[in-house]
Each structure stands twice: as C-alpha cells, then as structure tokens.
Design a protein around this ligand. Structure first.
Ligand code: HEC
Length: 159
C-alpha cells in the first residue's frame, strides 16, 4: 500500500513539473532574438516612467532594425502606420538600476501563436518565461488595442 502511494506522489510531482515547463520553441526563438545585435533605443535609451494604465513601471524601449525602419524623424511610428513583419519591440522594465523583466512584441501574423498579428511574451532577464507566446497575448491585447491606429503600441501616445 505504502509503495503505491509513493508511486502516486512521484507521478504527481512529474506531472506538475512537466506542466510548469511552459516554455515553447517560439518562446525560446523570440528570447534569442532579443539578444541579437542591431537594436536601437527609443529616445536614446531614456529611462521612461510607466504612464497611463502601464502595468510595468520604469522602462527603456528597443526596436530591431526592421521595426526601426518605419519610425519617423522623431523616432515614433507615424499615426496610421503599421510595423512590418519581423519587427521586434523590447520593453526593458527596470527596478532601480537593474532590468527586472523583458516584455516583448514581435510582428508575426503568420505565426499560429500570434494575437492580433503580434507575438506577446514576458521573460525574466535570464530568459525564464513569465508569460508564454502560447497565451497569444490574451492578457496583453486588452490594454494594447486601446489605440489601434499605432498598430497596438502604446508608447508613442504617452512618451
Ligand atoms: C494594464 C495595461 C497593459 C497590459 C495588461 C499590458 N501592457 Fe504593455 N504597455 C502598456 C502601456 C501603457 C505601455 C506604454 C509604455 C508605458 O508607459 O509603460 C505598454 C508598452 C508595451 C511595450 C512597448 C511597445 C508599446 O506598446 O509601446 C511592449 C513590448 C509591451 N507593452 C508588451 C506587453 C506584453 C507582452 C503584455 C502582456 C504580457 C502587456 N504589454 C500587457 C499597457 C499594458
């Protein structure tokens, strides 16, 4: 009897551990993409306060070269424009002098994990997934679709 319950507990642990491993291939690929070179800072890397209904606090913003290619001379996405496929935007959220969290959007409408045309994810700085792309932005899009004429991005209207 005792042996059976040990086995039961053991299999529960295995199942829970497996369920907790929530990182998908898309999560890994997107995190790897945040480590590539060629990103440019919004407003020269200024530390910006979270405004409006921002859930994150102070942050810096980065665009990959594809995203940066459509920004205007003030560094903003013109009203009514959209980001091209392959655009990556990284929000580095700070706690004091340290990066606490990465919130990432990637324009990838063909990806089966896309929500409203974007992949949405949050990571710890070392890459541990906090919110997986497999959630398809279900906790993100509500806030980000308030202003649809800037392709679901909020920063340009607030900062
Ligand atoms: C409660 C509202 C809210 C929720 C929920 C939210 N965001 Fe945001 N997000 C904002 C606001 C407001 C900004 C603009 C910058 C600022 O002031 O923080 C922003 C900015 C961003 C940016 C920079 C690009 C932009 O839109 O300006 C990224 C990337 C981002 N969020 C990712 C995410 C992801 C991924 C999720 C879901 C896991 C998420 N956000 C959920 C409100 C929200």
């Amino acid at each position: 009897m005792k042996k059976v319950s040990y086995l039961f507990v053991l299999s529960c642990i295995v199942i829970v551990a497996y369920a907790c491993k929530k990182e998908t291939d898309t999560d890994r690929a997107l995190y790897d993409e945040t480590k590539q070179s060629g990103y440019v800072f919004y407003q020269s890397g200024a530390l910006l306060p979270g405004l409006g209904n921002s859930p994150h606090g102070e942050f810096k913003l980065l665009f990959n070269t594809i995203a940066a290619s459509v920004l205007d001379s003030t560094g903003e996405l013109p009203v009514g424009s959209t980001f091209p496929d392959g655009s990556v935007i990284i929000k580095e959220v700070y706690n004091g002098n340290n990066i606490d969290l990465l919130a990432v959007m990637k324009k990838a409408p063909a990806n089966s994990d896309a929500g409203e045309g974007w992949l949405w994810a949050e990571y710890e700085p070392d890459g541990k997934v906090i919110i997986s792309t497999s959630k398809k932005g279900n906790s993100c899009i509500g806030c980000h679709s308030g202003n649809t004429n800037r392709d679901l991005t909020n920063t340009f209207d607030l900062h």
